[in-house]
Design a protein around this ligand. Structure first.
Ligand SMILES: Nc1ncnc2c1ncn2[C@@H]1O[C@H](COP(=O)(O)OP(=O)(O)O)[C@@H](O)[C@H]1O
Ligand SMILES: [Mg+2]
Length: 401
C-alpha cells in the first residue's frame, strides 16, 4: 500500500501541475479547450488526492482533505466561467491594432461562424515538441520563422521582417501536421487550422467566404498563424477540368498571401503542408518563401519514435531499440507508429486466443522482440524510393533551409 500511496502522491502532483498550467493558459488566452484540460487534470488530481487521503499516513489526512476542498473550489470556479475571463491573448502590438479574436468573430455571419469557430479555431489538438522525434533543423527553422517574430516583434522592424509564408514539405507520415500542431500549442498567437481538402470539397460552396473571413480575422486579431494542411488541394497547378469554385479559392488565397507580403507590419503567418510540393503552382511556391523539408526519420529519430509509440506499455528484455531503429530504414514515422501498434496488440491477441480476455485477472505478457519482428514482416514502408527521390530533387532546387 505504501508504494501505491507514493505513486498516487506523485501522480497527484503531476496532475496538479498540468491543471495549473492549463488554467494559466486559459486565463491568458480564454481558449475553451484549455479550460477543458484544466478541469480534466483537476479531476484526476482530486481522485489521486482522495486515494492519498484514504491510504496515506494518518498525519497527512487533514492536509489532503484541505487540498481536495481547494481543488473543488477551483473546479467550481472553472465550471462557472462560461465566458472566457480574459480575451484571447493577442498582445496588441501596435496602438489601435489587434482586437481580441472573440470580438472579431462577432462580425462573422452566423452560418460561417459556426464552421470557423468549431473546426478552424478549435479544431487543433496540440502536441508538445518532445512528442516529435528528430527534425531538429525543422524545429529551429519554424522557431525562427514563426515564434520569434511573434514573441519579439520589436526585432522585426524596418528591412528585417519575418517570413509570411512557410511551406512544410516531404513524404507523408513524417511529422508535418505534427509540427504544425506543436506550433499551435506553443504559440500565444491565434491559430487557424484550415483543412484545404475540406475547403474545396465539404465546404465548397462556402469555401471562398470562409477563406476570406479567416484571413480577415487573422489580421484583425493578430498575431495569428493560419495553417493550410494539404495545401496542394488549393495551390495545385491549374488543370483544365478544375471546378470554378476551386479557381476562385485559388485566387483568394493568392491575393491574401500577396497582401501579407505587402503589409509587412502585420503579424500573420501562413503555414502550408504538402506531400506533393512539385504539384504546387509556381506563383504559390513564390509566396511560400520559407520552404522546409521534412524528411524520413534517420536512425536516431526512428529510435525515438519507437520509444514514443511504446510509452507506458511493458516490454521484455528482447526488445532492443537500437536494433529496431536500424532495421526500420525507409519507414516513415507513421509507418513506425503502425508497427508499434501491431506489436503491442500481440499479447492482447494471445489472451483472446486463450479465451482469457474476459477474465479481469488475466494479464497480458510483456511485448517481445519477436512481436516487433512479426509486425515488420506484415508492414512495409509506405513511401517509395521514387517519391523520396522526387522530394530530394525538388528540395535541392527549392528548399530554403
Ligand atoms: N517525427 C515524428 N515523431 C513522432 N511521431 C511521428 C513523427 N513523424 C510521424 N509520426 C507519427 O506519424 C503520424 C503522422 O504524422 P503526420 O505529422 O500527420 O504526417 P504528415 O507529415 O503526413 O503530416 C503522427 O501522428 C505520429 O504518430
Ligand atoms: Mg499531414
Amino acid at each position: 500500500m505504501a508504494n501505491a500511496y507514493q505513486k498516487s502522491f506523485e501522480n497527484m502532483n503531476e496532475e496538479i501541475r498540468q491543471a495549473r498550467e492549463a488554467y494559466e493558459r486559459y486565463l491568458n488566452t480564454g481558449r475553451p479547450n484549455e479550460k477543458e484540460k484544466a478541469i480534466y487534470h483537476y479531476n484526476r488530481a482530486k481522485e489521486a488526492a482522495q486515494f492519498c487521503h484514504d491510504n496515506g499516513p494518518t498525519l497527512l489526512r487533514d492536509g489532503f482533505r484541505k487540498l481536495i476542498r481547494r481543488i473543488d473550489n477551483r473546479l467550481d470556479e472553472l465550471k462557472a466561467k462560461s465566458a472566457p475571463p480574459k480575451t484571447w491573448e493577442a498582445p496588441p502590438r501596435r496602438p489601435g491594432g489587434a482586437v481580441p479574436l472573440n470580438q472579431a468573430l462577432e462580425s462573422v455571419p452566423e452560418d460561417l461562424r459556426a464552421i470557423i469557430e468549431g473546426t478552424i479555431v478549435e479544431g487543433m489538438q496540440s502536441v508538445s515538441l518532445d512528442e516529435i522525434a528528430g527534425l531538429e533543423d525543422a524545429k529551429r527553422a519554424l522557431e525562427e520563422a514563426v515564434k520569434l517574430p511573434l514573441v519579439r516583434p520589436d526585432l522585426f522592424t524596418g528591412a528585417r521582417f519575418g517570413w509570411k509564408g512557410v511551406l512544410l514539405f516531404g513524404p507523408p507520415g513524417c511529422g508535418k501536421t505534427l509540427l504544425a500542431r506543436a506550433v499551435a500549442g506553443d504559440s500565444s498567437a491565434n491559430f487557424f487550422n484550415v483543412s484545404s481538402a475540406e475547403l474545396v470539397s465539404k465546404w465548397l460552396g462556402e469555401g471562398e467566404k470562409i477563406a476570406k473571413e479567416v484571413f480577415r480575422l487573422a489580421r484583425e486579431a493578430q498575431p495569428s498563424i493560419i495553417f493550410f494542411d494539404e495545401v496542394d488541394a488549393i495551390a495545385r497547378k491549374r488543370s483544365t477540368d478544375e471546378h470554378d469554385a476551386v479557381q476562385r479559392m485559388k485566387t483568394i488565397l493568392m491575393q491574401e498571401m500577396s497582401g501579407l507580403n505587402s503589409q509587412k507590419e502585420d503579424l500573420v503567418i501562413v503555414i502550408g503542408a504538402t506531400n506533393i510540393p512539385w504539384e504546387i503552382d509556381a506563383a504559390f511556391r513564390r509566396r511560400f518563401e520559407k520552404r522546409i523539408y521534412i524528411p524520413l526519420p534517420d536512425q536516431p529519430a526512428r529510435r525515438e519514435i519507437f520509444k514514443i509509440h511504446t510509452k507506458g506499455v511493458e516490454l521484455d528484455s528482447t526488445v532492443n531499440f537500437d536494433e529496431l531503429a536500424k532495421i526500420s530504414e525507409g519507414y516513415s514515422g507513421a509507418d513506425i507508429s503502425v508497427i508499434c501498434r501491431e506489436a503491442l496488440m500481440a499479447p492482447i491477441r494471445e489472451l483472446r486466443d486463450q479465451g482469457k480476455i474476459n477474465d479481469p485477472n488475466s494479464k497480458p505478457r510483456p511485448v517481445s522482440g519477436r512481436d516487433f519482428a512479426n509486425a515488420f514482416a506484415k508492414i512495409k514502408p509506405s513511401v517509395s524510393k521514387e517519391d523520396i527521390e522526387k522530394h530530394l530533387v525538388w528540395a535541392a532546387e527549392f528548399k530554403s533551409v
